[in-house]
Design a protein around this ligand. Structure first.
Ligand SMILES: Nc1ncnc2c1ncn2[C@@H]1O[C@H](COP(=O)(O)OP(=O)(O)OP(=O)(O)O)[C@@H](O)[C@H]1O
Length: 386
């Protein structure tokens, strides 16, 4: 007798017209609401198409704001239209040594990866640059998640390798697009890399409610059969996505609620399927966000929870410094030594990952005083904070 498990595995009925539309590496045909960023990227590449040097840029925005997609799209457009510019994309999470990164660039140019052993870095580097010089081509390298090069302390060297190639290979024109999703590394880049890399900044702001809804709706049309998802449920998913600030959440909720509906042999996604998908998600998300914080950022978050009321940034800093220790909390020497710049960076980080909001009050020195507002229930956060 067929079991429910067999039904699930073998059932012919499906709500998904194209389930790959919900995969993390899916590149959407319609890339919506990023015209100004695409134009800014095009302006950086344009000089290279006319025989000049690409303009260096930093592509900055929180996770899932479409940075990687934008780079893939613009590179595809350029390489389809011009022989003058080579566009190489490198994921620095996967490739973070000099050798690995230049092997990726080499592969892009020569169509195959160089041998892993026996070939010195200088030879790969030289072959790349000579080919570019001989063929009169410029090179732009997109270093996605460049923060990983800071962990391996390779950022400086690799940027030098790329950007100062013309000193050894005259006539070679090179540029870098550095992609960052953690605001902390914007400062690191300034501090570490200095004058060789003075980039133009291209910011990918968080999407608005309507923008998220448009993008998700487009995905629904590609991924599901018609009428699988009602507009009301799409609104709910959009709202949940907006509150996390992460478009991947919305795409994931679409996929998981579709799966729950299918397991229920339902022809449409119902509210209970979405609720199941949300429960599944909630338990993982807050934990993930908090796990990724540094010690200082966690300390600040602990303090914000303890205060348990909206407070100004200045007031929080004073508490953190230990000038007015929070009730029942002994001041410790590490806290007392935190500088305002580090405090401000930690605060911006908490806002960036959307654990808090800050709002200008119009009071304080030059009207710059900010109110800090927790975006989650303090008990919920406390449970997760070890
Ligand atoms: N404007 C958009 N239109 C359609 N899909 C989008 C858009 N922006 C983002 N997406 C989708 O959201 C997901 C995340 O996008 P992407 O990987 O480009 O973001 P990212 O900013 O590079 O993220 P991260 O910083 O985490 O690497 C992908 O599935 C992508 O297809």
């Amino acid at each position: 007798m067929p079991s429910r498990v067999e039904d699930i595995l073998m059932g012919e009925e499906t709500l998904f017209k194209n389930i790959t539309a919900f995969n993390p590496d899916y590149i959407p045909e319609n890339y919506l609401h990023r015209e100004s960023q695409m134009e800014a990227l095009a302006l950086c590449l344009r000089p290279a198409l006319k025989g000049g040097k690409p303009v260096n840029s930093v592509v900055l925005g929180s996770p899932a704001t479409g940075k990687t997609t934008a780079i893939h799209k613009i590179f595809e457009m350029v390489e389809g239209r011009s022989e003058k510019l080579v566009c190489a994309y490198v994921n620095c999470q996967l490739y973070n040594t000099r050798f690995n990164i230049f092997s990726q660039i080499y592969q892009h140019i020569f169509g195959h990866i160089p041998p892993e052993t026996g070939v010195p870095f200088s030879r790969i580097y030289g072959e790349i640059m000579k080919k570019l010089a001989n063929e009169g081509k410029s090179l732009v390298v997109a270093l996605d998640d460049i923060n990983h090069l800071f962990y391996s302390k390779n950022a400086n060297q690799i940027l030098y390798d790329i950007l100062r190639a013309h000193e050894v290979f005259p006539g070679v024109r090179t540029g870098v697009f550095a992609i960052i999703s953690d605001i902390e590394f914007r400062y690191m880049l300034d501090k570490n890399v200095g004058s060789v890399f003075i980039p133009q900044e291209i910011v990918f702001d968080p999407y608005t409610f309507q923008e998220i809804k448009d993008i998700l709706n487009d995905r629904v049309k590609v991924g599901f059969y018609p009428s699988v998802l009602s507009d009301d449920l799409l609104d709910e998913i959009t709202e949940a996505t907006l509150s996390t600030g992460d478009l991947r959440v919305g795409i994931d909720l679409l996929r998981t609620s579709g799966n729950f509906a299918e397991a229920d042999a339902s022809r449409t996604i119902q509210k209970q399927h979405l609720e199941q998908a949300m429960q599944d998600f909630d338990s993982h998300h807050l934990q993930d966000t908090i796990n990724k914080l540094s010690g200082d950022e966690k300390n600040l978050l602990r303090l914000i929870i303890k205060v348990d009321d909206d407070m100004t940034a200045g007031g929080l800093f004073n508490l953190l410094k230990g000038e007015v220790p929070p009730e029942g909390k002994e001041s410790d020497s590490k806290r007392n030594s935190i500088s305002y710049a580090s405090f401000d960076r930690a605060l911006k980080k908490l806002e960036f990952v959307r654990l808090i909001d800050t709002r200008f009050t119009g009071k304080g020195v030059r009207g710059n005083s900010r109110l800090v507002i927790l975006r989650f229930d303090s008990e919920e956060i406390e449970k997760v904070l070890d």
